[in-house]
Design a protein around this ligand. Structure first.
Ligand code: G4P
Ligand code: NA
Ligand code: NA
Length: 194
């Protein structure tokens, strides 16, 4: 998606060979116009798939998912990372290991919002090691629902998440695929010369 790649090039900051900072439009300040376009693009790519729910994870997954769910005409559910006061039982729970934080956290979704009739589009802001995606997939499976596909805003193709999802046969639609962040420079997968 050209508009997204332009934002990454012009407003992103390469922090290291592995980390891209996009606080200017995605992870802190939100460019609502760009996120609406991102959401529309996801909706377009999955419009023939009979999606009944969009599932993401708080907090940074919510903004890019909002317009996808709106355009598909289905509810948006975000998995919670913290235990809620009002949401204590009746939960689907999965464990997500964060390589960055080196800790395992529970993520949860109420059983009320995912049922075996659902066809679910999973959306997240980044795909790195795939831990969050596999946690969300696990939750969908626990509900007996179907994973129709995975929409990712920024895929770090040099990390193992994408390959692992491909190997398990999931359809992954990433709107920007990063080939490398080496030497402080962003290169996209579709720009590499072979
Ligand atoms: P994984 O789910 O693919 O395995 O990712 P990992 O554990 O490596 O990442 C943990 C957190 O860091 C996730 O956000 C993920 O979206 C984010 N992340 C991974 N790589 C990058 C990167 O290059 N740049 C930025 N900005 N974020 C990255 P989170 O902790 O769940 O936080 P949030 O959704 O509340 O923002
Ligand atoms: Na994040
Ligand atoms: Na995230």
């Amino acid at each position: 998606m050209e508009q997204l790649k332009k934002a990454i090039r012009e407003r992103g900051k390469v922090l290291s060979d592995e980390v891209l900072k996009v606080d200017t439009f995605l992870n802190h300040q939100v460019d609502t116009h760009l996120m609406a376009e991102v959401g529309k693009e996801f909706a377009l790519r999955f419009k023939e798939d009979g999606i009944t729910k969009v599932l993401t994870i708080e907090s940074s997954g919510i903004a890019p998912s909002f317009m996808a769910a709106t355009d598909l005409g289905v509810p948006l559910i975000f998995a919670r990372k913290k235990k809620s006061l009002t949401l204590t039982d009746n939960l689907l729970v999965s464990q997500v290991y964060s390589f960055t934080k080196q800790q395992t956290n529970d993520i949860s979704v109420s059983k009320d919002f995912l049922t075996e009739d659902d066809r679910v589009l999973i959306i997240d802001d980044f795909l790195a090691n795939g831990q969050a995606a596999f946690g969300l997939i696990d939750i969908v499976k626990q509900a007996g629902a179907h994973v129709s596909g995975i929409g990712i805003v920024i895929e770090k193709s040099f990390q193992p998440g994408r390959v692992k999802l491909d190997e398990q046969g999931y359809r992954v639609e990433s709107l920007a695929r990063l080939h490398s962040l080496e030497d402080g420079k962003v290169t996209f997968l579709d720009e590499t010369v072979s």
